[in-house]
Design a protein around this ligand. Structure first.
Ligand code: HEC
Ligand code: HEC
Length: 306
């Protein structure tokens, strides 16, 4: 075989590998190491620090967090659970191109987005110790996982399109029956004293309009696989779509990328059926009455400014 043949063969193998990695199949299973295996050394201490930030985000990274969610509110079991966008599966897929901002994102930049949108806060600098600790935790969770391979349980589940168009009234019934007991009748969540027990699903204390969870498809996939907590899997696909629609048909903090008007912001960032931002539901234009983005951080800045 000539050198040219070999080059062609290895180019073909490369193409094949890329296609295989990003096609639906096959998705190898992976189990992250247990917390007990975190090494007892300086590296291990950084892993633990990342885990603690992941579990207690407002307490451990308060200057970047505007709400009371933790990373683990949406990435269950400290970012371990399959089908809740587990961190071991994410780690091996970065740097990655993202349509959301139209360029290749490093993992640090991806995490900055989580703070800005899901945590309704602000992006830590790329070299901030908070991001280093989170990345160290993720790297460790992904120990011995193959790089660039979509692992089983990565991301949130993609449900097939609903048989009936997702519906607010049906969603409100699912919500009342299965969700309100923990997340509150008004989606406000529940506190025990100062400590949050059940996170808010909409309103001022929730994720903002720029967060991935405001997209109905992401929310439906997350809810179907993970909620009601402790009884996951009991909702039909249709119920998951309906309740995801209902949840995301409520006001939440403004999209921090807001420009000019709700209509212009929708056209620029939300122009898809997956987002209700800028859509009128029950006579209310969503996004027109949003609390300011930044939550607690914005309030603190306003106070400091007098
Ligand atoms: C309100 C729910 C929510 C919270 C809180 C949240 N995330 Fe996410 N996260 C999502 C959603 C939804 C996605 C996926 C989709 C998207 O953004 O389009 C995601 C995606 C990710 C990904 C990429 C996953 C992959 O497989 O590519 C990483 C990494 C991540 N989040 C880390 C974090 C970290 C770290 C925090 C805390 C600072 C956090 N998230 C807080 C909902 C959340
Ligand atoms: C038994 C209490 C309980 C029930 C019932 C429940 N949840 Fe949750 N939910 C939680 C907890 C606790 C979390 C945070 C996960 C964690 O900290 O482990 C959560 C997280 C969430 C999140 C992501 C975090 C956020 O605030 O956005 C969404 C979305 C959600 N639940 C939706 C629902 C929906 C929809 C239902 C009804 C189908 C539901 N939940 C039923 C307890 C519950």
């Amino acid at each position: 075989m000539t050198a040219t043949h070999l080059r062609l063969l290895s180019a073909a193998a490369c193409l094949f590998a890329t296609a295989a990695a990003f096609a639906a199949e096959p998705r190898p299973p992976f189990t992250p190491p247990s917390a007990a295996a975190i090494p007892d050394n300086d590296f291990g201490r950084a892993v633990r620090e990342g885990e603690q930030i992941f579990l207690h985000t407002p307490q451990k990274a308060g200057k970047f967090v505007g709400n009371d969610l933790n990373c683990a509110s949406c990435h269950l079991d400290a970012g371990r659970r399959p089908d809740s966008a587990p961190m071991w599966a994410a780690y091996v897929l970065y740097p990655a191109y993202r349509a959301k901002n139209g360029h290749v994102n490093t993992l640090a930049e991806r995490l900055q987005g989580c703070f800005r949108f899901s945590m309704n806060g602000k992006a830590p600098p790329a070299d901030d110790p908070t991001l280093t600790a989170l990345q160290t935790y993720m790297f460790w969770l992904a120990s011995k996982a193959p790089t660039g391979v979509v692992l089983e349980g990565q991301g949130y589940r993609k449900l097939p399109p609903p048989a009936q168009k997702a519906d607010y009234v049906r969603g409100s019934e699912v919500y009342a029956q299965y969700c309100a007991v923990c997340h509150g009748a008004e989606g406000q969540g529940q506190k025990n004293g100062k400590h949050w027990v059940f996170p808010a699903l909409w309103g001022a204390d929730s994720f903002n309009w720029g967060a991935g969870m405001h997209q109905i498809g992401n929310a439906a996939g997350f809810i179907k696989a993970n909620m009601p907590l402790g009884q996951a899997g009991m909702l039909s696909d249709q119920e998951a779509w309906d309740v995801a629609y209902f949840m995301n048909a409520h006001e939440r903090p403004q999209d921090p990328r807001y420009t000019e008007s709700v209509a212009a912001t929708r056209a620029k960032y939300h122009d898809s059926d997956d987002s209700l931002y800028g859509i009128e539901v029950n006579g209310h234009l969503l996004g027109s009455d949003s609390p300011p983005s930044g939550g607690k951080l914005t309030q603190a800045a306003a106070k400091a400014g007098g």
